[in-house]
Write a protein that binds this ligand. Structure first.
Ligand code: FAD
Length: 349
C-alpha cells in the first residue's frame, strides 16, 4: 500500500529542514492539583522508565504549579532523572493558556522525542492545546505503549467502539505525544535514594497577559473518583437494582472507598456511567476491589484485574470472576455484603 506523507496544518510547518535527531528522551507532564499529584503521573513515570531505558535516553518530568518543589523531588523517587520545575504564583491553579505556554516553552527548548500526559480532564485539555501549536500529532487515550527499533512510539488505544486495538505512529514529526488512561500502568516503588537533577524554568509569561482568573473552587459533592480510589466496592446485574447499590455504598463508606459498577448495571439505569469499570468505563488499580453480583466478563475484567486484592461475591460457583479473585465468596450478596459491612464497622469501633 502506498504511504502518503501527511503535511502539518497550514501555519505549523517547521521552518526549513528540521533536525529531528536533536529530539531525545521521554518527558512526562505531571498533573497536580493543590499539591496532590494524580496517580496516573506516577504510573506514567513507571512505564516511561521502561521506554527510556529501551531508547537509552533520559526520563524527564515537567512539574508546573506553585510551591511544588516537593513534587519535583518525589518525581525523582518515582523514576525521573531530570525534572523541569516551573514554580510561580500565577501557576497555582490550572489554566489552559499559561500551562500550555510553559509546556511549549519546555518542549521547544529541551526537545524530548516523546511527551506523555495522563488522559484525565486536565491532561486531555493541556495535551490538546499544546498539539495545536506544534507540527506534530497526539494519540489520545492510550492503553499500551512501546517503542520500536526506529525510536518510534507505538501508541495503542481501543478503536471502533473498543472492538479493536489500533497502534498509532507519528513517523515524521517530533515530539511524539500521547495521553494515557489512568490505571493501566504501574508506578515504580518510591525510592528516596534515587538520584536526579531539578532544573528550574523561568515562566515564559507576563502575569498581566493571562486573561482568565480563578475566583474560587467549589468541590463537587459526591464526585466519583475511581481512578484514585484505594477501595472499590463494585456491583453488577446481580445487585438487582438501585436499592442493592445502597448496600454496596454502605460497605464502601465503611471502608472509605468508592462504588463501582459493571456495564450491565449502568445500562439498566441503576447507577451512572462515571461508576462503570471496564473497557468502556474506567480502568482502576485499587488496593482492594470487591466485585458483587458481577460475572467477570472480559470487558469488565480488563478494567480491574490489576487491583492488588480482588474479592468476588457471586452465588454461582462457576462465575469467571471467581477465577481471578484472591478471595472468592460463593454466596448471596444480600447476605454477604451486609455481614461484611457490620464486620468492618465493628472492627473500626
Ligand atoms: P451478568 O453477566 O449478567 O452477571 C451477573 C452475575 O451476578 C452472575 O454471575 C450471577 O451469578 C450473579 N448474581 C446474581 N444474583 C446474585 C446474588 N444475589 N448474589 C451474588 N451473585 C449474584 N462490561 C463492563 O462491566 N464494563 C465495560 O466497560 C464493558 N465494556 C464493554 C464493551 C463492549 C464493546 C462490549 C461488547 C461489552 C462490554 N461490557 C462491559 C459488557 C460485558 O460484556 C458484560 O455484558 C457485563 O460486564 C456483564 O455485567 P454483569 O457481570 O453485571 O452481569
Amino acid at each position: 500500500m502506498a504511504e502518503t506523507k501527511r503535511k502539518p496544518a497550514v501555519g505549523l510547518q517547521p521552518e526549513g529542514d528540521v533536525d529531528w535527531s536533536a529530539y531525545r528522551g521521554v518527558m512526562v507532564v505531571l498533573e497536580q492539583r493543590r499539591g496532590k499529584v494524580a496517580k496516573v503521573s506516577w504510573q506514567l513515570l513507571g512505564e516511561s522508565r521502561r521506554l527510556a531505558d529501551k531508547l537509552d535516553a533520559p526520563l524527564m518530568a515537567l512539574v508546573i504549579g506553585h510551591d511544588v518543589e516537593d513534587i519535583a523531588r518525589q518525581a525523582i523517587g518515582y523514576g525521573a532523572e531530570r525534572v523541569y520545575l516551573c514554580d510561580a504564583p500565577e501557576l497555582a491553579d490550572y489554566r489552559t493558556r499559561p500551562y500550555s505556554r510553559v509546556c511549549l516553552h519546555v518542549i521547544r527548548t529541551v526537545k524530548p522525542e516523546i511527551v506523555l500526559f495522563g488522559a484525565t480532564y486536565t491532561g486531555r485539555d493541556l495535551a490538546g492545546a499544546i498539539a495545536t501549536h506544534l507540527p506534530t500529532g497526539l494519540t489520545a487515550d492510550c492503553t499500551q505503549l512501546d517503542v520500536d527499533d526506529n525510536r518510534l512510539l507505538l501508541a495503542s488505544r481501543p478503536a471502533f467502539s473498543e472492538k479493536m486495538v489500533a497502534t498509532i505512529l507519528c513517523k515524521q514529526f517530533k515530539p511524539q505525544m500521547a495521553t494515557v488512561r489512568p490505571g493501566v500502568f504501574q508506578a515504580l516503588p518510591f525510592d528516596e535514594r534515587r538520584m536526579g537533577e531539578i532544573i528550574r524554568v523561568t515562566p515564559p509569561l507576563d502575569p498581566g497577559s493571562i486573561r482568565t482568573e480563578v475566583l474560587g473552587f467549589v468541590e463537587a459533592v459526591n464526585r466519583v473518583n475511581l481512578e484514585d480510589a484505594d477501595v472499590i466496592v463494585a456491583g453488577g446485574r446481580g445487585v438487582g437494582g438501585k436499592a442493592g447499590f445502597e448496600l454496596l455504598a454502605q460497605l464502601a463508606a465503611a471502608l472509605g472507598g468508592q462504588v463501582g459498577a459493571s456495564r450491565a448495571a449502568v445500562d439498566l439505569g441503576w447507577i451512572s456511567h462515571d461508576h462503570q469499570v471496564g473497557q468502556t468505563g474506567t480502568t482502576v488499580r485499587p488496593k482492594v476491589y470487591i466485585a458483587a453480583g458481577i460475572s467477570g466478563a472480559v470487558q469488565h475484567v480488563v478494567g480491574m484485574q490489576n487491583a492488588e486484592l480482588i474479592v468476588s461475591v457471586n452465588k454461582d460457583p462457576d462465575a469467571p470472576i471467581h477465577q481471578i479473585a484472591h478471595y472468592a465468596i460463593v454466596g448471596d450478596l444480600f447476605e454477604v455484603i451486609p455481614a461484611l459491612t457490620e464486620a468492618v464497622r465493628a472492627a473500626r469501633t
